[in-house]
Design a protein around this ligand. Structure first.
Ligand code: PEP
Ligand code: MN
Length: 362
């Protein structure tokens, strides 16, 4: 048993085995922390109804904090006098964690499924450019056996001079394509001002890579009633992606699909580096379905099939890919879009890997 610290109340002392199971934070005091600084941490914990358990060490004192995770976080203990470090013991996410819900979640939309044995096959144009281009692509991906239709109405573009989508007109065209094919729609929401129009039309709301940490947008779709396709930011860690999903889930909407779409690295031969390891990690950490976007990761259509195969093999719950009747004329992402004339062959190849893995297109 460690020696009690002078001036420390007895019942606060020592982290027992029972306490250890409930610990949320370890507050490491600096070597020179005075007993009244330790006391101050304990009394602040006490005031929010949390408990502090003290482990006095030879070099420095450690306080184990037990209590409500959100309230403990709001104390911002790392700023207290005498505190050297605050270490979270539990994972920082709860709703999306596999520890909370060990069974994998399946997302159902208009009779289509993503998760479990159901491989989601989302396909369609990068961007709605015209009615004809969208309807032709929708029909092609439908005939090839895709399970959902993608298409951008509002486009995040690096250059302010690039085509940024047809907006509400595109939403109308997408609704018509859904009507014709019966495929559920996936389209991106970029701006809280478009919530009504986009959520009102689409079946799945996409939050794009650039908005992964737009916390107001995340909370907004968390209060909505449509499933959310949340893409990983090009510079975001796996933990940041899970924390972004937690923003959505804690508002009440737990119908979330995560999407790995490539990250920024030093490598220049592909548009982004597809981080397939993240898919394996995510499948371990969360019960949410995880899909892969090989189109944006590769930036080249010849790599889309090999990356799609690899995604299925690593355990992804689906893919989202782009197609266009005439990619050389596309207003956005032409080099990576699969010509509609070749989409049937692409889909056959994808399906054969999916079936080899004992799954079906959902
Ligand atoms: C998209 O899917 O249309 C898109 C823009 O992708 P990302 O947000 O991953 O760049
Ligand atoms: Mn695109």
């Amino acid at each position: 048993m460690p020696e009690p610290v002078e001036g420390m109340p007895d019942d606060d002392a020592v982290i027992t085995a029972e306490d250890a199971a409930e610990l949320q934070l370890l507050v490491v005091m600096s070597r020179r922390a005075a007993p009244d600084q330790v006391e101050e941490v304990l009394s602040r914990l006490d005031r929010i109804g949390a408990r502090g358990r003290v482990a006095p060490g030879r070099e420095s004192t450690v306080i184990g904090a037990i209590g409500d995770r959100d309230e403990l976080a709001s104390l911002a203990l790392e700023g207290f006098a005498g505190v050297q470090q605050v270490l979270p013991v539990q994972r920082p996410y709860k709703w999306v964690s596999r520890e909370t819900s060990p069974e994998p979640t399946t997302i159902q939309v208009r009779g289509r499924r993503i998760g479990g044995d159901n491989f989601g096959f989302i396909a369609g144009p990068c961007t709605v450019e015209s009615r004809a281009q969208t309807l032709e692509t929708a029909q092609a991906v439908h005939d090839a056996g895709a399970s959902m239709l993608r298409g951008g109405a509002y486009k995040p573009r690096t250059s302010p001079y690039s085509f940024k989508g047809l907006g509400t007109q595109a939403l109308e065209i997408l609704a018509e394509a859904r009507e014709e094919t019966g495929l559920p729609l996936v389209t991106e929401l970029m701006d809280p001002r478009h919530v009504e129009a986009v959520i009102g039309t689409t079946d799945v709301v996409q939050i794009g890579a650039r908005n992964m940490q737009n916390f107001f947008l995340l909370s907004e779709v968390g209060r909505g009633d449509k499933p959310v396709l949340l893409k990983r930011g090009p510079s975001a860690s796996v933990e940041e992606l899970l924390m972004a999903a937690e923003y959505v889930a804690r508002e009440g909407n737990e119908r979330i699909v995560l999407c790995e779409r490539g990250i920024k690295t030093f490598e220049r031969t592909t548009r982004y580096t597809l981080d397939l390891g993240s898919v394996a990690v995510l499948k371990h950490e969360t019960h949410l379905p995880v899909i892969v976007d090989p189109s944006h990761a590769a930036g080249r259509r010849d790599l889309v099939l090999p990356l799609a195969r690899a995604a299925a093999a690593v355990g992804a719950d689906g893919i989202i890919v782009e197609s266009h009747p005439a990619p050389e004329e596309a207003l956005c992402d032409g080099p990576q879009q699969i010509p509609t004339a070749e989409f049937g062959e692409f889909a056959r190849e994808v399906r054969s890997v999916v079936e080899l893995l004992g799954k079906q297109i959902g």
